[in-house]
Ligand binder design. Structure first.
Ligand SMILES: NC(=O)c1ccc[n+]([C@@H]2O[C@H](COP(=O)([O-])OP(=O)(O)OC[C@H]3O[C@@H](n4cnc5c(N)ncnc54)[C@H](OP(=O)(O)O)[C@@H]3O)[C@@H](O)[C@H]2O)c1
Length: 267
C-alpha cells in the first residue's frame, strides 16, 4: 500500500495494529509512524525502522491515514492538537470506545472521511475481527479501509449504532474467550496435565472449535450434537456446566459490559 499511516497513541491496541500492519507487509516500516509520550516503550518498533515520536502534529503532517488509539477522555484533546494539520485528503480512523461517528464529527469539525474501527488484539497476528463504520464522506472509500482490515483478519461494515455491541462481542470478547481457555487449563491440571500441556490442549481445542464454525459455516449446536453421545461423558459435563450457569453467565457478562459502554466518560 502506498499510503503513509500514523498510529496516534500506540499503547496495547496501537502496537497490536502496528505489528499486524508490518507482518502483513501492508506497509513498509518507514511509511509507519507511531506516537505516544513514553516513546522508549516503542524501541522494538524504532529498531525495525518505524518512525517513533511524541509529536502528534508531525505525525499528522507526514501521514495519509491516522489511526487514533487513545483512551476516550484523551480523544478531544488529541484532535484539537492535530486539527490545524488535518486536510481533506486525510483519512481518520478512531478505535476509541464509546465515541460514535456523530460525536467524532462534532469534535473534528472537518469535512474529512471518518471511520470507526473496532478490532481486537489478535490484529497483531492478522486474526482480528474488526467492525467498521463511517461518516457519509467515508462511504465511498470504505472498501479501501475494509481491504486494510481484511488483511489483518476479518472485517465487516456495520451501522454505527452497532459499534457498542461490536466492542463487547469482539474487543472484549477476546478476553472472555481467553478466560474460558484459562478455566479449561485449570481443570486440565487438576485431571493430570502439566500447565504447558494443559495450555496447548485447551487453546488448540478452542482454535479447532472456531475453525469448524468458520470454515463449515455450521451452527455451534450442530457440532455439539456430534460430540454428545447419548449417556456419554461430554453431555454429563455440559449439563453440569449449564446447571452452574455457563451460558447464562456469558450472556449476563456481555450484557453488563454493553451497559457500561453507555457510561464511558469522554471528558
Ligand atoms: N485494547 C483493546 O483490545 C482495544 C480494542 C478495541 C478498542 N480499544 C480502544 O482503543 C483505545 C486504546 O486502547 P488501549 O487498550 O490500546 O489503551 P492504552 O494501552 O492505554 O493505549 C493508549 C496510549 O495512548 C498514549 N497516549 C496518551 N496520551 C497521548 C498523547 N497526548 N499523545 C500520544 N499518545 C498518547 C498512551 O501512551 P503514553 O502514556 O506513553 O503517552 C497509551 O499507551 C481505547 O479507546 C480503547 O477503548 C481497545
Amino acid at each position: 500500500m502506498n499510503k503513509k499511516i500514523a498510529i496516534i497513541g500506540a499503547g496495547n491496541l496501537g502496537k497490536a495494529i502496528a505489528k499486524g500492519l508490518l507482518i502483513s507487509n501492508l506497509i513498509s516500516p518507514n511509511n509507519l509512524t507511531l506516537t505516544r509520550r513514553k516513546t522508549d516503550k516503542l524501541n522494538s518498533f524504532s529498531e525495525k525502522g518505524v518512525k517513533v515520536t511524541s509529536n502528534n502534529i508531525e505525525a499528522t503532517k507526514n501521514s495519509d491515514i491516522l489511526i487514533v488509539c487513545v483512551k476516550p477522555h484523551k480523544f478531544e484533546a488529541i484532535i484539537n492538537e492535530i486539527r490545524p494539520e488535518l486536510n481533506n485528503n486525510h483519512i481518520l480512523i478512531s478505535t476509541v470506545t464509546g465515541l460514535d461517528i456523530k460525536h467524532i464529527i462534532n469534535i473534528t469539525k472537518k469535512d474529512i472521511a471518518i471511520y470507526r474501527a473496532m478490532p481486537n488484539t489478535a490484529i497483531s497476528i492478522q486474526e482480528s475481527m474488526t467492525c467498521i463504520s463511517s461518516n457519509k464522506l467515508g462511504e465511498n472509500k470504505i472498501e479501501i479501509i475494509k481491504n486494510v482490515f481484511d488483511k489483518l483478519g476479518k472485517s465487516v461494515v456495520i451501522d454505527d449504532e452497532l459499534m457498542g455491541a461490536a466492542t463487547v462481542l469482539s474487543a472484549s470478547g477476546i478476553a472472555f474467550a481467553l478466560r474460558y481457555i484459562r478455566a479449561s487449563m485449570q481443570a486440565g491440571i487438576e485431571i493430570g496435565f502439566n500447565s504447558e500441556l494443559a495450555q496447548l490442549i485447551a487453546s488448540q481445542t478452542v482454535k479447532g472449535a472456531s475453525s469448524l464454525i468458520i470454515s463449515e459455516g455450521a451452527h455451534p449446536e450442530s457440532e455439539v450434537d456430534k460430540v454428545t453421545t447419548p449417556l456419554g461423558i461430554t453431555i454429563t459435563g455440559l449439563n453440569k456446566m449449564e446447571y452452574n450457569g455457563f451460558s447464562s453467565s456469558i450472556i449476563q457478562g456481555v450484557l453488563n459490559s454493553y451497559e457500561k459502554i453507555k457510561n464511558i466518560s469522554t471528558k
